[in-house]
Design a protein around this ligand. Structure first.
Ligand code: FMN
Length: 375
């Protein structure tokens, strides 16, 4: 194939992306008191050699009680910033991949055990649990300890925590921020009528339900350097009748575009245990396509994209401008290399690995720019 679309460069704000492959944020549940550990150095370090255009750091809590679990990464004080700085310094010494970060607050889905220990909610009485907060005092599951409904005067501190984290992100030199407004976490809880039962001006109408997520976006956009992109990850639908849906997602996306959002990343679900998801390859791409048809900013499609031709078709047909991979990148961290070989493109790789090039793909690997530091 000549000139595959998956390997065309793209500009996101002022950020130059070498191709259309993004590594989706993936929680590692391996932090200590919000601080990244050597696991993050290993994990991000190997993904940084993948040839993807952008590496997104996992959901990073802007306050301790916004963590999904006690082992989540955070960015709320000098300690968490220093721990992330140490990891980034090492990764960057050897890879020039642009790195973004997802800023998050889990709301009523916070305070859980790590997934491989079952992932159950830990109530406030548990040593590693805490009281969760949400737009309304409605638990994710009926048998869970309910969140406390956020009072009006508790909203501004959370908004400001997103902004304060974005200041730290800028200081760490990260290239992009993604605000997590998907998967049933706090900002999505404000958007969906299933979790937002407020009767003040943060609940009820679509305009009111969008108010807090948009305030968070504006606060982050205002403090993050103007030349660096701020993007938003949304759930395109709750997959539950009467919930958040694609029409509302398009309305939100248009409003975000108007406010300077650089891209919309369209995922889905996560808000309700009643969701009925038609899982299969490309299952979320129709949602991305709907947003793409409405906005002029780039749109990212995600979800069970595993095949090289599948990815090329999503970008090539214009359903999305970029594709994001999560599980596929863990399974095959050189997925972009293999995609480039399959589609007849080139991909950037560390100079140390150039000799791995198979002889039938003599021009596959292009050396990354020289490392940014010395060892
Ligand atoms: C281990 C793991 C951790 C994840 N953590 C996050 C996260 O931090 N933030 C987020 O928005 N989505 C998270 N997700 C969802 C992925 O970003 C992605 O949307 C989802 O897995 C579908 O893409 P895939 O089919 O390529 O895996 C996670 C997924 C996995 C497998």
């Amino acid at each position: 194939m000549s000139d595959p679309r998956l390997f065309q460069p793209l500009r996101l704000g002022n950020l130059d992306l070498a191709n259309r492959i993004v590594i989706a944020p993936m929680c590692q549940y391996s932090a200590i008191d919000g601080c990244m550990t050597d696991w993050h150095l290993i994990h991000l370090g190997h993904l940084a050699l993948s040839g993807a255009a952008l590496l997104t750091i996992e959901a990073t809590a802007v306050v301790p009680e916004g963590r999904i679990s006690h082992a989540d990464v955070g960015l709320w004080d000098d300690y968490t910033e220093a721990a992330m700085g140490r990891v980034l310094e090492s990764v960057r010494r050897w890879s020039d991949i642009p790195i973004g970060i997802q800023l998050a607050h889990a709301g009523r889905k916070a305070s859980t055990e790590v997934p491989w220990l079952g992932g159950a909610q830990l109530p406030p009485s548990h040593a590693q649990g805490w009281q969760t907060v949400a737009p309304s005092a409605v638990a994710f599951l009926p048998d869970q300890h309910p969140p406390s409904a956020l009072a009006r005067d508790e909203l501004a501190p959370i908004r400001d925590a997103f902004a304060a984290a974005a200041v730290r992100v800028a200081r760490l030199g990260l290239e992009a921020v993604q605000i997590h407004a998907a998967h049933g976490y706090l900002l999505h809880q404000f958007l969906s009528p299933l979790s937002n039962h407020r009767d003040d001006d943060y609940g009820g109408s679509l305009e009111n339900r969008m108010r807090f997520p948009l305030e968070v976006f504006d606060a982050v956009r205002a403090v993050f350097p103007a030349e660096r992109p701020v993007t938003v990850r949304v759930s395109g639908t709750d997959w539950v009748g009467g919930g958040w849906d694609v029409v509302q997602t398009v309305a939100l996306s248009l409003e975000l575009e108007r406010r300077g959002c650089a891209a919309i990343h369209v995922s889905s679900g996560g808000l309700s245990a009643d969701q009925k998801i038609p899982i299969g390859p490309n299952y979320q791409i129709p949602l991305a396509r709907a947003v793409k048809q409405a906005v002029s900013i780039p749109v990212v499609g995600v979800g069970l994209i595993t095949d090289f031709d599948q990815a090329e078709a999503i970008v090539g047909t214009g359903d999305a401008d970029l594709i994001a991979l999560a599980r596929g990148m863990l399974y095959d961290p050189r997925w972009p290399w293999h995609a480039a070989a399959h589609l007849g493109a080139q991909v950037r790789a560390p100079a140390q690995y150039l000799r791995s090039q198979p002889h039938q793909h003599r021009d596959l690997l292009v050396p990354m720019a020289a490392s940014r530091g010395s060892n």
